[in-house]
Each structure stands twice: as structure tokens, then as C-alpha cells.
Design a protein around this ligand. Structure first.
Ligand code: FE
Ligand code: FE
Ligand code: ZN
Length: 271
């Protein structure tokens, strides 16, 4: 969700759509600017989140950040953003920050992963409370992180792996070729084998406009894509996942999200 109107306003919005947590951008998702919040606004925000018992909050790093890049300006920028945003979000008391591992743009997965590891090592002190989440990616272009093994290699390489978790995006894993429609248990068993299910901290809950294993990243509203309502309801109710926070990234405005949440709750018999 956009926090252009301020973080307290965004939290009020969450309450009005009967949700109980939110994902915000840690700064302008397509640029580099960010807002700072006054003490007063932060107090208002904390008050809303505690009185409404929000689940863990998730901040999303900008899409313009590529920590796998070999290009000096791109890499320096990415290192600065991840370092600042881990510290800023940690200060705000936000529990998790998720980022797209990056695209190697031709230097190869191995070199790309080395760059990501070095980028994380200059950003994470080990003293933070916040958990940094690697997102499962669709594998479009030269994107890193479309396989659980690549995410595992990143986590294993850093100095503070205890600060790293995983955010599973349902649209991305489906597009990457993990068949959550016909074999959700198999995919979760594979995740557990490679990474360990205890590292799974958040779900990006999206349908996919693009077919299975297409390696294309286009989110659809819940039930209107190639994953479909039935499979997505199995995801949200799966015993291994149902305690996790779920964040919608579907192409809807606030009013649309409110209805989507209502529909999901009905489907799973929560209302
Ligand atoms: Fe993302
Ligand atoms: Fe996502
Ligand atoms: Zn996506």
C-alpha cells in the first residue's frame, strides 16, 4: 500500500478495509526518495496498530534496487538503499523488510549471488530486530531467486543468516514452475527440504495472469488468474501456512482490496 498520505493514515485505511496488517514501501518504489515521520505521527501509528492487534508489518524495498548488479552506480545505489532502509524500518519498529534479490544481467547467477551477499553484509549489523526477507521470484529475464536453492545460497553466504527469512509470492512461485495448483504439499515439502519451513515468514498472496512455469511476473486478482480461487484458498488454509501473515499485491485500489478481503474471508468461512 502507498503511504503517500502518511503512515498513520495508511494504518487507519487497513482498519477500514477490515484487514489486520499491511505491507508498505520503505521508500518510493520506483525512485529513491522517502518521507520521514514525526514523533506524533509515529505515536498515532503505533496506537492504531496495537489497539487493532495488527500482525507483523512488512516493508517492501524499491524495485529500482538491484543488489546483483555489476554496474558500479547501480550497485552503489542498491547498497545504500538496503543499508538505509534496514536501519530506517528497524527504527520504525517494522518487523520485516522484503526485497527482490536482483537480476544478474549477464554476469551469471554465481557472480550475481556474490554481489547480493556482499551487499547484505554491508547492510546488516546483526544488532537489528528486523528480519530481512528474500522474495521468491518468477525468474523473468536474469532474475535471481526463482529457485529455492538460489535463495538458500544467498542466506548461507551472509555473515548474519539468522536475520534472513523468506517471503513466498504465490504468483512468482507458480510462474517459476512450482506447481502449487496440483501439488501444494509437494512444493512445501521441497521448500522445507531446501530452506526449512521455519524460514518462511510471509506470503505475498496473488493470482497469476501468466501460465504455470511461464517465468513472467503479472499479478491477477484472487480467483481471476491461472492459479485460481480453489488452489489459493488451499494455500491460505494450509496447516503449515495459516499462522503466517498474508499480504495482497493484487491490481486493485483500496475499495477493491476491501471487497477482495471480504470475499476471501467468506470463501474460507471466516465471516
Ligand atoms: Fe515483491
Ligand atoms: Fe511479491
Ligand atoms: Zn510480482
Amino acid at each position: 500500500m502507498s503511504i503517500a498520505g502518511g503512515i498513520a493514515k495508511a494504518a487507519e485505511n487497513v482498519v477500514s478495509m477490515e484487514a489486520n496488517t499491511m505491507q508498505i514501501f520503505s521508500r518510493n518504489p520506483r525512485g529513491s526518495g522517502y518521507k520521514t515521520y514525526s514523533r506524533k505521527e509515529m505515536d498515532a501509528f503505533q496506537e492504531i496498530r496495537s489497539s487493532h492487534r495488527f500482525g507483523p508489518l512488512l516493508a517492501h524495498a524499491p524495485y529500482t534496487m538491484n543488489l546483483a548488479s555489476e554496474k558500479e552506480e547501480v550497485y552503489t545505489f542498491a547498497c545504500m538503499v538496503i543499508r538505509e532502509d534496514i536501519a530506517r524500518m528497524d527504527d520504525l519498529g517494522i518487523e520485516m523488510l522484503v526485497f527482490h534479490p536482483g537480476s544478474h544481467t549477464g554476469i551469471g547467477v554465481k557472480k550475481g549471488i556474490e554481489n547480493i551477499i556482499a551487499g547484505l553484509d554491508q547492510a546488516i549489523t546483526g544488532q537489528e530486530q528486523i528480519t530481512v526477507l528474500l522474495e521468491t521470484m518468477s525468474g523473468k529475464g536474469t532474475e535471481i531467486g526463482a529457485s529455492f536453492e538460489e535463495l538458500k545460497a544467498i542466506r548461507d553466504g551472509v555473515k548474519h543468516p539468522e536475520r534472513i527469512g523468506i517471503c513466498l509470492d504465490t504468483c512468482h512461485v507458480f510462474a517459476a514452475g512450482y506447481d502449487i495448483v496440483h501439488d501444494l504439499d509437494g512444493v512445501l515439502a521441497e521448500f522445507d527440504r531446501v530452506l526449512g519451513l521455519k524460514l518462511l515468514r510471509a506470503i505475498h498472496f496473488n493470482d497469476s495472469m501468466m501460465p504455470f512455469a511461464s517465468r513472467k511476473d503479472r499479478h491477477a486478482t484472487i480467483g481471476d488468474g491461472m492459479i485460481g480461487c480453489k488452489a489459493l484458498m488451499e494455500v491460505i488454509q494450509h496447516p503449515a501456512l495459516k499462522e503466517l501473515p498474508f499480504y495482497l499485491e493484487t491490481p486493485l485500489d483500496d475499495a477493491g482490496h476491501k471487497q477482495e478481503i471480504e470475499r476471501i474471508r467468506k470463501e474460507i468461512g471466516e465471516s
